[in-house]
Each structure stands twice: as C-alpha cells, then as structure tokens.
Design a protein around this ligand. Structure first.
Ligand SMILES: C[S@@+](CC[C@H](N)C(=O)[O-])C[C@H]1O[C@@H](n2cnc3c(N)ncnc32)[C@H](O)[C@@H]1O
Length: 280
C-alpha cells in the first residue's frame, strides 16, 4: 500500500539537506567530459506547488527552504542548489519547489541520462507531465528497488544511483541496505546515495552496523538534525549515505552542513555529522 505523498513534505528540512548534498554529487560528476546516468529510484512528482492544499496543511517548507531561500551569506557550495530553486521561481517569490528529478536534470548536461522510477501511478503521471518532451529522460511506473536490476550498470559506466525511499513500510532500513549491496554488486564503481530519517539511536546504530558488514567500498555518512536525540514527535533530521563519494566531498560537506544547520536550527538544537562509515 502506498500511503506516502511527498507533497506534504516538499521543501522541508530533510529536502533541503538531501538536495543540497545531491547537487554536490552532480557537480562532481559534471567535472569530467564523459556522460553519466542518474537513476532516481523513488522520484516523486518532480515539482511541488507550495500553495497546494497538501503543502499548506503542514507548511513544513517554512522551516526548510523558507529559512534558506533569502538568507544572506550562503556559501558558494550551496549555490547550485539555490539556483535550482530560484529557476522554478523566476520572480524571486518562493512558490514552487523542485524535487530531485528536476534538480538533477538542471545540473545534468544534454548527453547525461536521467532514469526516474515512481511507483505511485498518479505521482508518476504528474512526473511525466513535468518532463514532457525532455530528452534523455526516461520515466517508469515501477518499483525503485527492482529498477536496480533493470538499469545497473549503465552503459556509460559512470553515474549516481539515488535511493530516496518513502520509509512508510516496516524494514525500510533493511531494504535500503540490500539496495546498497545490490547497486554495488551490479556497478562497483558507481556512486550510490541513500537517504534515511534519523530514528532512535539504537536503530541508527543497527543501521550503521549492517552497512559496515555489507562489504561496501569507501562510504561517507552525512547527517543534519534540528532536534535532540530523544525527540520523538516526528523525525529529528535525516542522513545520507554516500558510497564511492566524489573526491573531496568530506571537505565540502562539513562547512556546507554547518551553514545549513545554523540556518535551519535557529534554536541551536541537533547538529551535523560528516564521517567515514567505511574507510578506503
Ligand atoms: C521521499 S519521496 C521522493 C522524493 C524525491 N526523491 C525528491 O527528492 O524530490 C518517495 C517517493 O517514493 C515513492 N515510492 C514509494 N515506494 C516506492 C517504490 N517501491 N518504488 C518507487 N517509488 C516508490 C512514493 O510514492 C514517493 O513519491
């Protein structure tokens, strides 16, 4: 059963964090001339109207992109992300928020291929409408976990697999660990990014243990939280596991996350993490 609809959450703290990191991965891929593939296994609808009743119901974006959009002093590392948001709001008024497919396509070159999977039929139709006529962009109404088998390795032998699961089912942590293993087994040199919500510390330790035991290559763990560890009302923040991260990501991520945290946690709660989960 698919209950999750991203429109309720678009532009929130987790989106800002995950999309800011995503842009750094894409900037790095774009440094070499050779084309690459991005496989976005859980794509969503691509573009969100923050005035839609579902966004208005939660207003989660106000504590996310709402705190970043006009904030002075953003580091240059954040500019590709801010440019992607600004591109959807050319009059400078924040109304639309781009999802990962839209952000990726913006940073990708014409020859780079974007493969999008979205299991929800209505969301997939909306995604197709957003990308109508877009070149080198394929959209599939299929299970993102199964798509690893269909689309990896890419013919370009370069690329990023982004697994942004909905976490609306039991054992989603187990599923993303299995996805990481499968993506790596099929495409050993590929970059993989897994998003996850920050849950109870014991659950997070078990997740880290299972990733360490998975036989993965160099893996960086990034996190940003805006609530303390014992916060249980809703998620306190989120993280991204980056397998085969681009050279220098750990140096970029620390100041980038610090700036984001200062902006997103005016009360000074939570914090950031940038650590090797698996060293070379
Ligand atoms: C967190 S949202 C994705 C947001 C998107 N990646 C972004 O950053 O803009 C998760 C999406 O996965 C979809 N979904 C849930 N289970 C799925 C599955 N097994 N395969 C593919 N998509 C799935 C949901 O309908 C939802 O749109």
């Amino acid at each position: 059963m698919l209950s999750y609809r991203h429109h309720f959450h678009a532009g929130n703290v987790s989106d800002v964090f995950k999309h800011a990191v995503l842009t750094r991965l894409l900037v790095a891929l774009g440094r070499k001339d050779k084309p690459y593939q991005v496989l976005d296994t859980h794509a969503g609808i691509g573009l969100y109207d923050l005035d839609h009743p579902w966004s208005r119901k939660t207003e989660e974006w106000r504590k996310g992109i709402g705190r970043i959009f006009d904030r002075p002093g953003a580091p240059a590392l954040l500019q590709p992300y801010l440019d992607a948001v600004l591109a959807e709001n050319p009059d400078g008024q924040l109304r639309h928020y781009p999802g990962s497919p839209r952000i990726a396509r913006r940073l990708m070159r014409a020859t780079d291929r974007l493969v999008l999977c979205e299991l929800n039929k209505d969301d997939c139709a909306a995604l197709k409408a957003v990308f109508s006529g877009a070149r080198h962009t394929a959209i599939h109404n299929q299970d993102g976990f199964q798509s690893l088998r269909a689309f990896l390795p890419p013919k370009e032998r370069r690329g990023l697999t982004f697994v942004d699961a909905a976490f609306d089912q039991a054992d989603e942590f187990g599923r993303i660990v299995r996805a990481a293993k499968e993506a790596h087994a099929r495409f050993a040199t590929g970059m993989v990014a897994l998003w996850y919500p920050l849950m109870a510390p014991s659950a997070m330790e078990a997740f880290a243990r299972s990733l360490r035991a998975a036989g993965l290559p160099k893996t960086l763990q990034l996190e940003l939280s805006v609530h303390p560890e014992n916060f249980s009302d809703h998620i306190r923040g989120s993280g991204m596991i980056v397998i085969n991260p681009p050279f220098g990501l750990e140096r970029e991520a620390a100041p980038l996350l610090e700036w984001l945290w200062q902006a997103l946690s005016p009360e000074g709660r939570g914090g950031t993490r940038c650590e090797w989960l698996v060293q070379e």
